[in-house]
Design a protein around this ligand. Structure first.
Ligand SMILES: *Cc1c(COP(=O)(O)O)cnc(C)c1O
Length: 232
């Protein structure tokens, strides 16, 4: 199947998942995760209406940013090293993967230099997987409070990467937990925090994530097909 057919299918299933839980279809936004994919694939998705693209490597995001139309909203969804923040602060619409105060402080520094305000999500490792980045569930609220003091960084919500599972229902509890942490933070009424986005759900489990409150889902394989990683 081609990208257009894949996208039609994903959009259909998103709408169906919204209908099941009584949410309006426009409450959930689709990020086309284009990491490792060549420009023609992104151009095809763009021509099918995609304007939100997700990348996990700084260099690849910068290259694609230069090559693609300027009305695209770029989402940094991968682990971000502090020494690379300067290359993307003026190119990203949203950084999903902020998991430490030190990283947020670096974003603050680079954003201040360019007189920008950078939107971020705090990444939470809800499933407590050792292989994954992200702050712990218990520390998320404190981290949000600390980041809120940085004038050039705006916390817009939370993100999680759920485990890879055969049965997507197994991830429901993690999505529900992220939503709970999100609601708890809203109730703290922290200045300079705008809790409005929950980024969760990938190709294997986005319908479950939608029924648990996702506002962004991040879909790669389901749109572009399997990724091939070249091993050197
Ligand atoms: C690769 C990636 C995705 C997309 O994964 P698929 O299973 O291909 O949909 C989503 N989120 C993050 C953080 C990723 O790195």
């Amino acid at each position: 199947m081609g990208i257009k057919e894949n996208l039609d299918k994903v959009r259909e299933r998103m709408a169906a998942a919204c209908a099941v839980c009584g949410r309006a279809a426009d409450e959930v936004k689709l990020i086309a995760v284009s990491k490792t994919k060549p420009l023609p694939a992104l151009e095809e998705a763009y021509s099918c209406g995609c304007r939100d693209f997700g990348e996990n490597k700084v260099q690849e995001l910068v290259d694609k940013y230069e090559a693609m139309p300027k009305d695209i909203r770029w989402h940094m969804i991968g682990h971000l090293q502090r020494n690379k923040v300067k290359y993307i602060v003026d190119k990203v619409f949203l950084i999903h993967s902020v998991d430490s105060l030190r990283l947020a402080q670096e974003i603050e520094k680079e954003a201040a230099k360019k007189n920008l305000c950078v939107n971020i999500l705090v990444e939470v490792n809800v499933a407590e997987e050792e292989s994954k980045f992200g702050t712990t569930s218990g520390e998320a609220a404190v981290l949000v409070e600390q980041i809120a003091k940085l004038p050039h960084v705006k916390v817009r919500g939370l993100m999680t990467i759920a485990p890879y599972v055969e049965d997507s229902e197994e991830n429901r509890r993690y999505f529900a937990k992220l939503k709970q942490i999100y609601v708890d933070i809203i109730h703290k009424n922290i200045d300079n925090v705008f809790m409005e986005e929950i980024s969760m759900g990938m190709t294997g489990d986005y319908e479950v994530a939608i029924t648990e409150g996702a506002t962004y889902i991040r879909v790669g394989t389901g749109i572009f097909g399997e990724r091939e990683y070249t091993v050197i």
